[in-house]
Write a protein that binds this ligand. Sequence first.
Ligand code: 5AD
Ligand code: SF4
Length: 448
Amino acid sequence: MEKKIYIETYGCQMNFSDSEIVASIITEKNYTSADKAEDADIIFLNTCSIRENAEQKVFNRLKQLQHLRKSKPGLVLGVLGCMAERLKSSLLEEEEMGMRVDMVVGPDSYRDLPQLLLDVESGQKAVNVILSSEETYADITPVRYASNGVSAFISIMRGCENFCTYCVVPFTRGKERSRKPESIINEARDLFGQGYREITLLGQNVNSYHWKNEESGAAWTFPQLMEAVASIDPALRIRFATSHPKDISEELLQVIASYNNICKAIHLPAQSGSSSVLKNMNRKYTREEYLSRILAIRSIVPECAVSTDIIAGFCGETQDDHLLTLSLMREVGFDFAYMFKYSERPGTLAAKKLEDDVPEEVKSKRLQEIIDLQNELSLKSNQGDVGKVFEVLVERTSKKSEKRVSGRNSQNKVVVFDNNTGLKPGDYAMVKITGCSSATLQGERTEG
Ligand code: 5AD
Ligand code: SF4
């Protein structure tokens, strides 16, 4: 009988993309997928280590899943992804962990999964956490098992070598490497042929994408890759994430400006508004340099939305530093932000060299001020859109009513509107914005 497999994914878009690669590798080998953990013979948690609470969530889930072993003695529980890489075989220490895990597989070892599953079936515990300097899974066609059939991720590079002092990613995902451009372009073309209308090019640091053909010597940069993917069809939208402020080039901004189907939305994590905190974070830019990138975006792509990530309470952050973060947020007027409390990660440069000295309650207070300000900025940004007309790519019928549909505009804002004309996911519609909250725009369909 075919064994059933269930994959549960935590963390970033890259992890969701990796789970589609895992599904592809596994389903080629006579495993089928289960809709929920309770129905599966094999459960994989594809995990995240970015903050302590991300890991805690996975530990809780692993503990909760142990009861399934009573009804399924052969159940295989595997930890994949960043926690596998960070914690390695220590995850197999049953007594220490207070639970049992059967497999530990890091982000560069997924091709080994079928063999590791055989090892587990023969009664061994299976571990592979070897990082690679070459693996990009370029030849694997992801199985889009949780897809809406409209938007898809394509991973274009892996790893990160920026070594921001707070960040665990260079340790869990290893060296930077780019995927062959032809395989990316072919995957995008195939997706378009299948009806997909939006592609997000993914990497921990997409603008450092580079590929050199050893034979011809031809080199590819990220702006060139964007142009090639955008040229597939004007009806295929292109997004990308995530960019490091130090390498948002004018060349890239020119490419974004010249293609209608390259979305006008840039996620540009600032992390802090204080140059001295940025220095301690090893971000390689100052507040002024970040702001000059924003000015470049505003002048070359005026209608571009800008979103960010902010960390509250990093090592050594003073009240004045915090006020600089708030003032940077106001000065830029971010359309959207992901906001976090600093969480010390073992093994990072900050954990080794800097003191995690901002008290928990101060971190919480600062984070709340950042969230409150962002809500105000998001509302203001959305209010500024009322009266405008946007092209919206329909993604789904609204959760509240069948007759309402939702999608996103080029700026990545969610737009909800009435569907009187039988629009389906994957269709484009011109929508006039009539109202908003800080999270969504509401509108009505118009001719253009
Ligand atoms: N603590 C809090 N937030 C972090 N991030 C990365 N590492 C940490 C950490 N140790 C945030 C950054 C990054 C986003 C993906 O997660 O803002 O851009
Ligand atoms: Fe989490 Fe970073 Fe790993 Fe993504 S790369 S899963 S955000 S630790």
